[in-house]
Design a protein around this ligand. Structure first.
Ligand SMILES: Nc1nc2c(ncn2[C@@H]2O[C@H](COP(=O)(O)OP(=O)(O)OP(=O)(O)O)[C@@H](O)[C@H]2O)c(=O)[nH]1
Ligand SMILES: [Mg+2]
Length: 281
């Protein structure tokens, strides 16, 4: 192969890499960073006629750029564990609450599901239905009641019933975004005040189909409320959800679970190696 052919191939392959990254939703900044790294690699190091070699290099780069996966399976059976599920409207929070209860039940950890979305008509019943599917208890709450009071009741009830896990579903949309953040902050204060000894995990649910907006959501929730980890939903569609790699890289928030369907079993732990593999398929 002539040297000029090699240069041409490199250019074509880099365009393909760029396309792959754009389609993965990893975001413009990380895409630019990766392309820059490719540009700085000596041409002789490339097996220029082998696109799979480029892909392998890309995987290597992603592993270097993204912090290594941390173990977020932190249920401590010796104390009360609380998962506060947060996120914007429609990301899959309530579905995830049911899936999580089912998942932990299968691991031997019993939970109480708490409907702190008292705002949206039907949200309480939706969670009640899921609790029956998951085979776990559900805390009754009246529509329109104060979500922080519901969480307070949930903490007392979980303690009385010696539950290992309290899973709190929250609203995604209130009259304004500001109100949503204020309500979540109040819920968090109630948890910290009334269960200071509990292990609290504040999980942000991000919908893979929202693409780049995921970074904006993660940044906002982190700043306003603190985020322990992320669950990425709706990976059963065409969206690849690569934005979580950029979220891990730029905001240092780990990913714990992925959801890929509407059934209660359509969820599993996040596996970074597998995720990157699928992303580049
Ligand atoms: N395809 C698919 N659909 C999902 C997934 N997770 C949730 N859904 C669907 O997305 C829609 C919204 O899910 P919810 O769980 O109600 O979302 P939410 O965040 O609780 O919504 P709000 O409480 O209104 O903010 C429902 O139709 C769910 O069945 C998923 O992983 N894949
Ligand atoms: Mg909901």
């Amino acid at each position: 192969m002539l040297f000029s052919d090699a240069i041409n191939d490199k250019g074509v392959f880099l365009e393909k890499i760029e396309e792959l990254l754009i389609l993965s939703d990893i975001g413009p900044n990380t895409t630019a960073e990766i392309l820059e790294r490719f540009q700085s690699i000596n041409l002789h190091l490339f097996r220029v006629n082998d696109f799979n070699h480029f892909k392998e290099l890309l995987k290597q780069m992603l592993h270097e750029l993204i912090p290594p996966q941390v173990d977020t399976s932190k249920i401590d059976p010796g104390m009360l564990n609380i998962v506060l599920i947060m996120g914007v409207n429609g990301t899959g929070k309530t579905s995830f609450a049911g899936k999580l209860a089912y998942y932990y039940k299968s691991k031997g950890y019993d939970s109480l599901l708490v409907p702190a979305d008292t705002f949206r008509a039907g949200a309480i019943e939706q969670l009640h239905y899921l609790s029956k599917e998951a085979g776990v208890e559900f805390l009754r709450a009246a529509p329109g009641s104060d979500p922080a009071s519901v969480v307070f009741d949930g903490i007392q009830s979980a303690r009385a019933k010696k539950k290992v896990l309290l899973i709190v579903d929250t609203a995604g949309r209130l009259h304004t975004y500001h109100n949503l953040m204020r309500e979540l902050a109040k819920i968090k204060r109630v948890i910290l005040k009334n269960a200071p000894d509990a292990l609290l995990c504040s999980t942000l649910v991000i919908d893979a189909t929202t693409g780049q907006n995921g970074l904006f959501q993660a940044s906002n929730f982190k700043e306003s409320l603190g985020v322990s980890d992320i669950t990425l939903t709706k990976l059963d569609g065409t969206a690849k959800g690569g934005i979580v790699l950029t979220i891990q890289k730029e905001l240092s928030i780990p990913v714990s679970f992925i959801a890929f369907g509407e059934k209660i079993t359509d969820m599993c732990r996040y596996n970074q190696d597998k995720f990157i593999e699928t992303l580049l398929d």
